[in-house]
Design a protein. Structure first.
Length: 554
C-alpha cells in the first residue's frame, strides 16, 4: 500500500509544481475550484429546497436515477476525451520502477479519486442526501453511503475505458476511428437532455394539454420515463442512485443485488485495468508499420513558396491527426441535432450552421501545439511568421468555405427554402453570417495559438493527457470561443445603425449577411497579420515551449 500512497502524493506534487511554474495554471485551477464550488452550492440549494417539501416519489425516483446515470456516463466520456489517463499521471511513466500491476492500477485509481473533480462530486452527492429528508432518516443515510459508491463506480469505469482504448486499439487507423466515434458519441450524449425536453414539449403541444407549462412538462418527461428509470437502476450507471429508493420501499433483496452489481463492476474494472497494464508492459517496442508514399503528395499541388509549403504540411497533418479532424465532423452533427429539434422552424436548423462556423476552428486555436516539433523546420528554414499564418489560413479558410457552402445547400434542400421568397433570403443571410463567423474564428485562432499555448495528447495516444495541464486545456479554448463574438462588434454596430435608420425594414434584413461576411474577412486579415507579427517575435519562445510539451507526451 506504500506504493499507492506514494502515487497519490505524487499526483498532488505534480499539480502543485505545475501551478508554481505557470501563473496561467494557477489561474485556471482557481477558476476550476470556483466552478466546482458553484456546482456544489447549486446541488446543496436544490437538495434543501426539495427536502423541505415531500416530492412525488415516482417523479423524484425517475429524475434522480436518470439524471444521475446521465451524469455518470458524461463523466466517463469527459475522462476519456479530456483527461485521458489522468491529468497528472500516466502508466507509462512508471514503467522503469517495477511496480506490480495491481499496485499500479490501484494507485492510479486512488489518485483519480483524490483529484479535485472526484472530491467535489463526492461532496455534491453527499449534500444531495438533504433531498431525502422528507422520506425519513434511513433514506438520508442510504444516500450518504451511495454517494462515494457512485463516484467509485464512475472512476473505475473511466479507468477501464481509457485503458482499453489505449491498449487494445493498436493500429493508427483503428485508433483514429475509435477516437472520432468517441468524440461524436460524447456530443450526442450531451444532447440527450435537450432532445428529451424538446420531445416532451412537442408531445405536450400535440395533445393540447391545458396544463402546458412546468407541471405539464414534468409529468410527461419524468412520469413517462419511470419504466426506463427502473431498468436503468439495474445497470452500473444507475445502481448507486437507486439505493436510497430501495431503502425507502424496504426492497432489501433489490438493495443487496444492486450493491453486488456495484462491487462486481468495480472489481471487474480493476481486473481489466490490471490486464491492460500487463499487456502494455509486455508489448512495449512492438514493430511499427511502414507506409510508403509516392511523389511529393500535397507538396506537389501547392505554390512553390514558404506559405505553400506550410499549407501542404498542414494538409498532410490533418489527414493523419484524429485530434483535429474530429472537429470537422461537428458541423454535420450540429445541423442534424438542430434539425431534430426544429419542429418545422427552419431558423433553428440554420442556427446549426452558425454554430458550425463558430466552433470549427477550436483546434486551430492551439495549432502550434498540434504541429509540435514540426514547427522547428520552419524556423530553421527561415520562414516568417506571416508565411506560416498565411499558409494555414489558405488551407483552413478554403476548407471552411467549401464545407459551409455544401452544408448550406443541404439545409436549403432539407427545409425547402430553395424555392425562393423570404426563406431563401433567410438562408443566404445565415450562410454569409456563418462564413463570416468562421473567418473571424480563424483569425482569432491565428493570434491565440501563438500566445495561449497548452500541451495536447500525443497523436499516437489521443486518449492520454499531458501532466498537470488540465486546467489550461479547459480554460484557454474559452478565450477563443468568447473572443470570436467580440470581433463582430463592428458589424454589430453597423447592423444597429441600419436598424435605427430603417434600412433593414421591408424585407431588407438580407443586408446583415454581407455585413457579417465583410466583418469576418476583416477579422481574418487582421488575425493573420497580427499572428504573424507575434510569431516572429516569439518564435524562439514557441520552440522552447513546444520542446517542453513534447517531453510531456513521452
Amino acid at each position: 500500500m506504500s506504493a499507492v500512497a506514494t502515487i497519490v502524493r505524487l499526483r498532488w506534487a505534480l499539480t502543485i509544481a505545475a501551478m508554481r511554474k505557470s501563473s496561467a495554471q494557477t489561474v485556471g485551477y482557481v477558476i476550476g475550484i470556483v466552478m466546482g464550488l458553484g456546482a456544489v452550492a447549486f446541488v446543496a440549494a436544490l437538495a434543501f429546497a426539495l427536502g423541505s417539501h415531500r416530492a412525488d416519489p415516482g417523479q423524484f425516483h425517475a429524475a434522480t436515477v436518470l439524471t444521475g446515470g446521465f451524469l455518470m456516463i458524461s463523466v466517463i466520456m469527459v475522462q476519456v476525451l479530456y483527461l485521458g489517463q489522468g491529468s497528472t499521471l500516466s502508466p507509462a511513466k512508471f514503467a522503469l520502477y517495477g511496480i506490480p500491476d495491481r499496485d499500479l492500477g490501484l494507485g492510479l485509481l486512488a489518485a483519480g479519486l483524490a483529484g479535485l473533480p472526484s472530491i467535489m462530486g463526492t461532496v455534491a452527492l453527499l449534500l444531495w442526501s438533504a433531498a431525502f429528508r422528507s422520506f425519513g432518516p434511513a433514506a438520508v443515510i442510504a444516500q450518504l453511503v451511495a454517494a462515494p459508491l457512485a463516484i467509485l463506480t464512475a472512476m473505475s469505469l473511466s479507468k477501464l475505458v481509457i485503458s482499453a482504448a489505449t491498449t487494445l486499439v493498436r493500429s493508427t487507423r483503428g485508433r483514429n476511428a475509435f477516437y472520432i466515434i468517441a468524440v461524436l458519441g460524447f456530443v450526442l450524449i450531451c444532447q440527450i437532455p435537450s432532445l428529451v425536453a424538446n420531445g416532451t414539449i412537442g408531445a405536450t403541444n400535440m395533445v393540447g394539454s391545458p396544463a402546458y407549462g412546468v407541471h405539464g412538462v414534468a409529468d410527461i418527461e419524468f412520469g413517462s420515463l419511470s419504466g426506463t428509470a427502473a431498468v436503468f437502476a439495474w445497470t452500473p450507471f444507475g445502481a448507486a442512485f437507486q439505493l436510497p429508493f430501495d431503502v425507502m420501499t424496504g426492497a432489501w433483496g433489490a438493495l443487496a443485488a444492486r450493491v453486488a452489481i456495484i462491487a462486481a463492476t468495480v472489481a471487474l474494472c480493476f481486473l481489466g485495468v490490471t490486464a491492460c497494464l500487463r499487456r502494455d508492459r509486455l508489448t512495449v517496442g512492438a514493430a511499427a508499420q511502414t507506409v510508403t508514399v509516392k511523389g511529393l503528395g500535397a507538396f506537389g499541388h501547392t505554390a512553390d513558396s514558404p506559405s505553400g509549403a506550410v499549407c501542404a504540411r498542414l494538409f498532410t497533418y490533418l489527414k493523419r491527426d484524429p485530434r483535429q479532424t474530429v472537429l470537422f465532423a461537428m458541423p454535420i452533427l450540429f445541423v442534424a441535432l438542430m434539425a431534430i429539434q426544429a419542429h418545422g422552424m427552419n431558423d433553428i436548423v440554420w442556427t446549426g450552421l452558425l454554430m458550425s462556423g463558430w466552433f470549427m476552428f477550436i483546434a486551430e486555436g492551439n495549432g502550434l501545439s498540434y504541429d509540435g516539433r514540426g514547427y522547428a523546420m520552419e524556423v530553421i528554414a527561415g520562414a516568417s511568421g506571416f508565411d506560416d499564418r498565411r499558409g494555414r489560413v489558405r488551407l483552413l479558410a478554403g476548407i471552411a468555405t467549401a464545407y459551409l457552402l455544401v452544408l448550406a445547400a443541404a439545409i436549403l434542400a432539407f427545409t425547402g427554402d430553395w424555392r425562393g421568397g423570404t426563406g431563401l433570403a433567410v438562408g443566404l443571410t445565415f450562410t454569409l453570417g456563418s462564413l463570416g463567423l468562421a473567418y473571424a474564428a480563424l483569425g482569432m485562432a491565428e493570434v491565440v495559438s501563438v500566445v495561449l499555448m497548452y500541451p495536447v495528447p500525443s497523436i499516437d495516444k489521443p486518449f492520454s493527457s499531458p501532466q498537470g495541464r488540465a486546467m489550461a486545456q479547459g480554460f484557454f479554448p474559452l478565450v477563443q470561443m468568447l473572443g470570436t463574438p467580440l470581433l463582430f462588434l463592428p458589424g454589430g454596430v453597423i447592423v444597429a445603425v441600419l436598424g435605427f435608420t430603417g434600412a433593414l425594414a421591408d424585407g431588407r434584413f438580407w443586408l446583415i449577411g454581407p455585413v457579417a461576411l465583410a466583418n469576418g474577412l476583416a477579422a481574418l486579415a487582421l488575425g493573420t497579420w497580427l499572428g504573424g507579427k507575434l510569431l516572429d517575435a516569439r518564435s524562439l519562445s514557441v520552440l522552447h515551449t513546444l520542446d517542453g510539451f513534447a517531453s510531456l507526451q513521452k
